[in-house]
Write a protein that binds this ligand. Sequence first.
Ligand code: HAM
Length: 444
Amino acid sequence: MTEPNPKSESRSTKSPLQAPKGTRDFYPKDCAWRQYIVDAWRRVSIRNGFEQVDGPIFELLDLYKVKSGEGIVSELFHFQDRGERDLAIRPEFTPTLARMVAAQANSLPKPIKWFCTPNLCRAEKPQRGRLREFWQWNADVLGSDLAIADAEVIFVAVDFLQEMGLSPQQVRVKISHRQTVRHILSKLGVIDEKMDDAFALLDRRDKVEPIEFTNGAAKLGLDPDRVARFDQICRMKYAAGNLQAMRETIGIGDELSDIEALDKELISFGISEWCEYDLGIVRGLAYYTGTVFELHERTGVERAMAGGGRYDKLIEMFGGPATPAVGFGMGDVVLSNVLMDKGLMPEDVTPRADAFIFGATDLGATKVAALTAQLRRAGLHARFSYKTTRNAGKLLKDAATAKARYAIILDDGVEGGIVQVKNMATGEQVEAQISDLASGLWSH
Ligand code: HAM
């Protein structure tokens, strides 16, 4: 495994049967950490008015061939079932979401605001920030083409970052708009038929040698001056909340109308500080039609933490009525790296016990199971020791490992209904009636 879980308890004992590359085993601490992230995704989604959905872990292969784009299709894990149907493990959730909405679009109240937290698989080369199985939070708004919907999904992503303790000095939302870039390219002389090639070239800009970029641009019909202009526009970054600089560089015609509308809404949501316009953001997925955005950690050492945009044609392509849509996906891998690097990952998020019960005498031991059951029935997280000892110190260590708030020690006093209760934080020990344990003790 190239990228172990950040807080993994796993030891790298060599076994001939290892987990497949690019996957992770989730030992208790790892699972608790993943749950901590998923719980935060869910909490933020719900307070932003999103409803949870899910779909199958595999789909018909064709679903991804419609519009996900070559990048994703080449990374599919696919197989045939016994009926020789071609299937693929989900590499993203958007096609499933579009299929689900297309099937019931007329009966769903608009706007549809859905979230999910599926695990996804892509046969990528495992590297920092990219694995072959990961968890991804999706939040999508369907049924509105207003810029306020684009701004709302960006707000949801920012709301989550804030929830995790991140600041606009640490993470940036980089926004572009495919229509704006289309206008600029067309003004520079790229014809409509060459637009997709131009977007693909833009997407590869930082991955290819400058000469390859220039040659590619020449094939689009751009002379060197225009290539330089195109490159310059793509490399500029403009703060959100004040489009003056952008107007001066790009123009004041139709080009900026989409970004202007979005900018107003970002200001209203109070999140301009987190956002900047960067026309070099293209996004690999083929279905985006308008706003596209990515969340990046600002030092630039990590890959994108999240990415999304507007995809107004996908539901129609899946047989539904015309339904504009916008949303994003955020993976758990880069997010965990960023939180760990910034010291924002709590040391231990495994659940802590309310009570840890043990017998200190043979008579005490006979009552351990009954008291444990009584506390559990009362809704408390109660653990107990299978051991009995007169040396309470040893079992108090186990109570501390379980992060118990109280140790309950059963000695011969149980005959009269009395137990010893030790507050693990203060060390204070008092006697208590067994009958009182399920109530009073836990409220403070
Ligand atoms: P995506 O850009 O392919 O978009 O992925 C979004 C995020 O998922 C990435 O920024 C990254 O955090 C995470 N991610 C992607 N691939 C991997 C990987 N191999 N390992 C770990 N994390 C990864 C989509 O998936 C779109 N369907 C998002 C969307 C939803 N657009 C609209 N709605």
